[in-house]
Design a binder for this molecule. Structure first.
Ligand code: AHR
Length: 609
């Protein structure tokens, strides 16, 4: 097989080609990227009628010593449920305990900020503590005293852990008779990514991908099984204590909405990427708003745009400013719904959104849910969504999907792609290699495709409602699947020069592309050739780089992602089993013969300066 590359010709790849898609699925945000340790912090998840369930909170003490129920006496208007705790005895430590999301990661020497609201009829001392070892070991604790007036008071304390437990609980206890109300209990590590509440280790995995956009917050999460359970941005902004939270009825879990619309915009800014906001267009999985009465949803979207980028003196821009961000966020992309194209009201609703947004914000790029790969859209759009979940061999062959699509119209946004089911397991090399072939096809067609993102991004291993995923974690550990590492081969592509290249082969298992880019760290210029071997036998490839006058071999490298078995996976026990392995490319030259391992992704980075 031969690959001939012309290092001096080509065209620029869109700056936004490879990014990430964050969905609140698999506890990606609540119990994941959002570093809040308490689950159901406002006691709202049991519903608005009282008394209601307080899951996952549990009661410490038996019925003769303590009774606990909810009532609707909170000081917060949007979330009236509070916890009423009546202590019947003295000298017994009783109260409530929260396990967070399958246990809290409390680490020795680290500090945690605990905030809660409380009131009591008589002065009572409360003990706030992190407890590990199934309740046997106090990891950190502090006492606070309620003053015994009937008013609510905010309590705030910093706990420093004296020992480590990855599955700790937060307890609030008392040992004196009396009645205490609690509400909005939060515990956060003091140290979070950029101080903005994101779990450091998970956020770093995103930074390392160098994403060029952040699509959020879903997915089906945006639509809801029913509209009443959809993500509605206004319910997720403002002080965290006043957010009602909601039950995501597609992925079937409650979220306190600590990671809300503001936090997603903040995350995009912290990652240095443009945000892409997917909003509900009046359509869920089971109900729809008719186009004739869609305006309130359109106004909600317009308000959301004003919140993101309006003047700090505007109605919604001032709320953003109050939340600590007076300068506008760089919101220039919005998607009208998710996977709704075939729905009865989609086209009608879409046009009302499109016209209103373009009139108020002509620069905003609007993404339609309708696929334009077979025929051009019959409605205006800047981009169209394309989603693909398929087998490995189909994914590899879909690298040609965009070869013949019309240029000149709306650009494709491959906002969700992944190999799934048997070929993927919970994240196989086989899947990653096929996906790399597909992405090479997107690179080669990046005059028709402007953006692409893998889905889903995160999975908490305790809630694997969708497999496979890019990053697997629990309360304290994580690893990237081969599909995560596969995306690292494309980090330099966005904004790079796509070089003209021709692959000639009798094998139908090879895919290749070549780019010219400048290395961000050492500022040297490189030619990067990526070759995917989606076959079970190794392949020889002769590479010719026409026009390459000079190669600095000392800085040239070869990077390979492969493993002994195509179905191999990473795991907590062996998190780095399948990761890119880089070696010096000592024989780097304008003419090279290389061997490509079976089921592998290989990149050759030749330094030309
Ligand atoms: O990525 C998981 C789901 O797949 C998304 O929520 C949805 O858009 C698609 O069906």
């Amino acid at each position: 097989s031969t690959l001939v590359v012309d290092v001096n010709g080509g065209r620029t790849i869109p700056e936004t080609l490879f990014g990430i898609f964050f969905e609140e699925i698999n506890h990606a945000g609540a119990g994941g990227l959002w570093a809040e340790l308490v689950s159901n912090r406002g006691f709202e998840s049991g519903g608005r009628t009282v008394p209601s369930g307080i899951f996952p909170w549990t009661v410490i003490g038996n019925e003769s010593d303590i009774s606990v129920e909810t009532d609707a006496t909170s000081c917060f208007e949007n979330n009236k449920i509070a916890l009423r705790m009546e202590v019947h005895s003295d000298n017994k430590e009783v109260g409530v305990s929260n396990p967070g999301y399958w246990g809290m990661n409390i680490e020795q020497g680290k500090k945690y900020k605990v905030v809660f609201y409380g009131r009591s009829e008589t002065p009572i001392q409360l003990t706030v503590s992190f407890v590990g070892d199934y309740g046997q070991t106090k990891l950190a604790s502090a006492t606070v005293s309620t003053n015994g007036t009937s008013g609510w008071r905010k309590f705030e304390t910093i706990l420093e852990a004296q020992a480590t437990d990855h599955h700790a609980n937060l307890q609030i206890t008392a040992s004196k008779k009396g009645v205490i109300w609690l509400d909005q209990v939060s515990a956060m590590p003091v140290d979070t990514f950029k101080g903005h509440g994101f779990r450091n280790d998970l956020a770093q995995m995103l930074v390392d991908m160098k994403p060029r956009f952040l699509r959020f917050p879903g997915g089906c999460f945006v639509e809801g099984g029913w509209l009443r359970n959809a993500f509605r941005w206004k319910e997720t902004v403002g002080p965290w204590e006043e957010r009602p939270g909601h039950f995501g009825d597609v992925w079937m879990y409650w979220t306190d909405d600590g990671i809300g619309y503001f936090e997603f915009l903040q995350l995009a800014e912290d990652l240095g990427t443009p945000p892409i906001w997917v909003f509900n267009n009046g359509i869920s999985h089971n109900d729809e708003v008719n186009t004739s009465v869609i305006w309130p949803f359109v106004q909600e979207a317009l308000d959301g745009i004003e919140f993101a980028r309006g003047d700090p003196k505007s109605k919604w821009g001032s709320l953003r400013a109050d939340m600590g961000h007076p300068t506008p966020f760089n919101l220039t992309y919005v998607a009208v719904g998710n996977e709704d194209c075939g729905k009865y009201n989609y086209q009608g609703n879409y046009l009302v959104f499109y016209n209103a947004i373009k009139k108020a914000y002509p620069d905003i790029k609007i993404i339609s849910n309708c696929d334009a790969t077979a025929a051009s859209l019959d409605h205006p759009a800047d981009l169209y969504d394309f989603h693909i979940y398929t087998t490995a061999s189909d994914m590899f062959s879909q690298r040609n999907k965009f070869d013949k699509v019309t240029r000149g119209g709306a650009k494709a946004f491959v906002s969700e792609y992944a190999v799934w089911h048997e070929d993927a397991g919970s994240g196989s090399l086989f899947a990653a290699v096929a996906e790399a072939g597909f992405l090479i096809g997107l690179e080669l067609n990046s005059d028709a495709v402007s953006m692409a993102s893998y889905a889903p991004l995160f999975v908490n291993t305790n809630d694997r409602s969708w497999m496979p995923d890019s990053i697997v974690f629990d309360s304290y550990q994580l690893y990237g699947t081969p599909s995560y590492w596969m995306q690292h081969f494309f980090k330099e592509s966005s904004g790079a020069l796509l070089l003209n290249s021709t692959l000639q082969s009798n094998s139908s298992s090879l895919a290749a592309s070549a780019i010219a880019y400048q290395n961000a760290e050492n500022k040297q210029n490189f030619v990067k050739i990526k070759v995917v071997n989606f076959g079970e036998t190794p392949e020889n490839l002769t590479i010719t780089l026409n026009g390459l006058d000079y190669v600095q071999q000392a800085l040239s490298t070869m990077t390979v992602l492969t493993s002994a078995n195509k179905m191999d996976e990473n795991s907590f026990a062996d998190p780095m089993k399948i990761v890119p392995k880089q070696t010096p490319l000592k024989n780097a030259s304008k003419d090279m013969t290389v061997q490509l391992a079976s089921y592998s992704i290989t990149s050759f980075d030749l330094c030309r300066t």
